[in-house]
Design a protein around this ligand. Structure first.
Ligand SMILES: Nc1nc2c(ncn2[C@@H]2O[C@H](COP(=O)(O)OP(=O)(O)OP(=O)(O)O)[C@@H](O)[C@H]2O)c(=O)[nH]1
Length: 493
């Protein structure tokens, strides 16, 4: 009857110390694991140290893979044997079933093969010439990830006490290295996802005001990616004030409903003062209904999409040649003006170039286009930034102005007329004027006629606008008929 040997615990502890340093320092965690297995194998004097990774488990069996091994001699190597690649293990035998249950619980299991009762487990170990074995489950984040095992093919070792404890610590060290590796891989995936999707993640604890921002979000706000912690007030200060108010209103609605989510577009200002549009995706989490536990979500950079929207709006609402609003832009301007309640009674000024046909015929259509552009620029120079210049079509323009009196609007109309009539326009050298190729600039005098009307808010913006255009058109007609280069108001007819 062989006498069981006890492993040398101090040597094992020493091996643990060297092995754990390798796990922390090695660039690849698998190199660290290999070194730890070697240290433990040499210190314990066993034939083989191995790790099986658990891939699948079902009530009837397990699928495992032989992933790491250290062997004292090449005779004891098994890692390269085909039968250990993705091998399945049926758990119909009670002894196997018991072993699996213990591993699932995280318990170590040691055996001296000659003392095992006859059965599949003993047969299997004997077929590998194993005389004693100890296994310790590797539990990663509470889950059975795999098994660390020590086979001795020469001695019968009773693994217990501090020797066994050292092996348990080794399994825990390996588990934390695996967990670290998993977290790092997940972080890399999340970073990649955030980079590709141009988004960052954030979280706020409403009770403590504590915040967390992903490295991507910190970077897009201009902070170093490893910035320790951004106080809530400072984080909120990155949102443009007007958008912050919209956000508050939405949050009040969103947080009133259990486990709700909402989205809002806001402008974020980074530390350098650059503003970029972001879509905030907000999720409110509740401990129980009514008790808010946290608010978290994403900040997706949508600046490019917004740029596209602005460009599409510009194309849809502005005249390409002169940069003035078109009819659609004018409708929106009037609607916003009336809705803002800044102005109850805007005025509409219709402005038409006098005898533009003659100018076109004389200098050509391209020159006519240049004159239209210059004329629009002159008009804008006379208006306030809030006023709206519209090109209704051809050589006909309109100006919509907010609240002012009748006298003031007539003064403005007169100013617009003068700014066109007073100084002739200058065209660059034009080929073919007067039959020669002139290198000189050409001076083109132009005048405009204006009809002015009041916009009376009616049933719709469209109705109010067509009424005003019709009235201003009547006044303009009178201005043209009575000699051009003059202003007539509808109420003066
Ligand atoms: N260059 C240029 N000319 C345009 C454009 N749109 C319209 N026109 C021209 O503007 C002229 C308008 O002529 P009319 O409607 O007869 O008016 P007018 O010659 O200005 O005469 P009154 O308005 O009666 O003073 C036409 O010759 C059109 O071809 C444009 O986009 N570019």
């Amino acid at each position: 009857m062989p006498v069981p040997l006890t492993p040398d615990a101090p040597r094992l502890l020493n091996a643990l110390a060297t092995g754990s340093a390798a796990l922390l320092q090695r660039r690849f965690w698998s190199n660290g694991v290999n070194q730890l297995l070697q240290e433990l194998g040499e210190a314990s004097g066993v034939s083989r140290v191995w790790i099986f990774q658990l891939l699948e488990q079902s009530p009837s069996g397990l699928l495992q893979d032989y992933v790491f091994e250290w062997a004292s001699t090449t005779d004891y190597r098994q890692l390269t044997q085909k039968r250990f690649r993705f091998f399945s293990m049926a758990i119909d035998d009670p002894e196997y079933a018991d072993m699996v249950t213990r591993r699932q619980r995280g318990d170590a299991h040691a055996c001296i093969v000659s003392q095992l009762s006859p059965g599949p487990l003993r047969e299997n170990l004997e077929s590998q010439a194993i005389r004693s074995m100890v296994t310790v489950p590797i539990m990663v984040n509470g889950q059975w990830w795999g098994t660390l095992g020590f086979d001795d093919c020469e001695r019968e070792i009773a693994w217990e006490g501090s020797g066994l404890q050292a092996l348990t610590i080794a399994a825990e060290l390996i588990a934390s290295a695996i967990y670290r590796h998993q977290l790092n891989s997940r972080k890399r995936q999340v970073d990649l996802l955030q980079r590709v999707a141009a988004c960052g993640a954030w979280e706020v604890n409403p009770a403590s005001g504590a915040t967390w921002c992903s490295s991507g979000l910190l970077a897009s706000l201009g902070y170093p990616q490893d910035y320790a912690r951004l106080p809530l007030r400072r984080l909120l200060a990155h949102i443009v004030t007007e958008d912050r108010l919209t956000l508050w209103a939405l949050l009040r609605q969103c947080c009133g409903v259990c486990n709700s989510s909402c989205r809002v577009d806001v402008r974020l200002i980074d530390l350098q003062g650059n503003t970029r549009w972001h879509e905030l995706v907000i999720e409110a989490h509740y401990v129980s209904c009514g008790r808010l536990a946290g608010i978290a979500g994403l900040a997706i950079d949508i600046s490019q999409r917004k740029q596209g929207e602005v460009q599409a709006q510009t194309e849809a609402e502005f005249d390409e040649l002169t940069g003035a609003h078109n009819r659609r832009g004018m409708v929106r301007y009037i609607r916003e003006l009336l809705e803002s309640r800044k102005c109850q009674r805007p005025y509409l000024l219709l402005l038409d170039i006098d005898h533009f046909k003659i100018i076109n015929d004389r200098y050509g259509h391209p020159a006519g286009d240049t004159l239209l552009k210059t004329l629009a620029k002159r008009l804008v120079g006379e208006l306030r930034p809030d006023d709206c210049l519209v090109r209704l079509g051809g050589e006909e323009f309109a100006v919509v102005v907010g609240e002012m009196g009748e006298t003031q609007v007539l003064q403005l109309a007169e100013r617009l007329r003068c700014c066109i009539a007073e100084d002739p326009f200058v065209l660059d050298a034009l080929p073919g004027i007067g039959g020669t190729l002139s290198a000189c600039e050409v001076s083109v005098p132009m005048t405009v006629s204006l009809g002015v009307a009041t916009m009376m808010p009616g049933e719709s913006v469209g109705h109010c606008q067509s009424m005003a255009i019709a009235q201003a058109d009547q006044a303009l007609y009178i201005a043209k008929e009575s000699g051009r280069n003059r202003v007539v108001a509808y109420w003066q007819r």
